[in-house]
Design a protein around this ligand. Structure first.
Ligand code: GDP
Length: 194
């Protein structure tokens, strides 16, 4: 399976310092969205991406290797209230530049807490990336915190909102229950195979 091949590659402190060559998918989401947990769950590895109890403290970009010139870029969580506004603004600017112009980037996995999807900053990520015409896959995380009925309702609501862009897909995901792994793998695997 694709994600089980993931290995840590490098950490960079600046989006201008990303390695060249190869193709990559980016994982983005608000701080605390469950991104590190999702990467660990997908990779079936407990500590591949460090699961932080104090979100947003570092802005390191973790770079993981699938082999064969394929990478996963774990972007720092955005929207962390404790980070001073000028630093947040600077970071969001870099993130926008990266999403809009990175030639190596073939797709975006957007992680959102299933209880609070499509916050303004999530929509800003979409605004930056959608014009590239490349695919976006939304993972509605921590789905275990919702009832089955709430899960279906959220999935439909987000699907409806993203329906304007045919390159967007969405699914439920839970690291706790380990659900949604195969679906996520099929989507990202499809991007690399295209
Ligand atoms: P990140 O900041 O986006 O990397 O988020 P983390 O992966 O560090 O997770 C943030 C918090 O949400 C942690 O306390 C996790 O234990 C919790 N969490 C992450 N995924 C899940 C999930 O699938 N279910 C539940 N119930 N909690 C989760």
């Amino acid at each position: 399976s694709l994600f089980r091949q993931l290995r840590f590659h490098t950490t960079v402190n600046d989006l201008h310092m990303l390695p060249g060559g190869g193709i990559e998918v980016a994982f983005a989401g608000r701080s605390n969205a469950g991104k590190s947990s999702a990467i660990n769950t997908l990779a079936d590895h407990n500590r591949l991406a460090f699961v932080s109890k104090t979100p947003g403290r570092t802005q390191h970009i973790n770079y993981f290797d699938f082999g064969q010139g394929r990478f996963l870029v774990d972007l720092p969580g955005y929207g962390y209230a404790q980070v001073p506004e000028p630093i947040r603004a600077h970071w969001e600017h870099l993130l926008g530049q990266y999403l809009a112009t990175r030639p190596n980037l073939i797709g975006l996995v957007l992680l959102m807490d299933a209880r609070h999807p499509l916050k303004p900053l999530d929509e800003r990520m979409l605004d930056w990336f959608i014009p590239t015409g490349r695919p976006v896959h939304a993972l509605l995380t921590k789905a275990d915190k919702l009832t089955k009925q709430e899960q279906a309702k959220t999935l439909n609501a987000v699907r409806d909102k993203l329906a304007a862009w045919p390159q967007c897909t969405v699914q439920l995901f839970s690291s706790l229950k380990k659900t949604g792994i195969e679906e996520a793998e099929n989507v990202v695997g499809g991007w690399f195979a295209a």
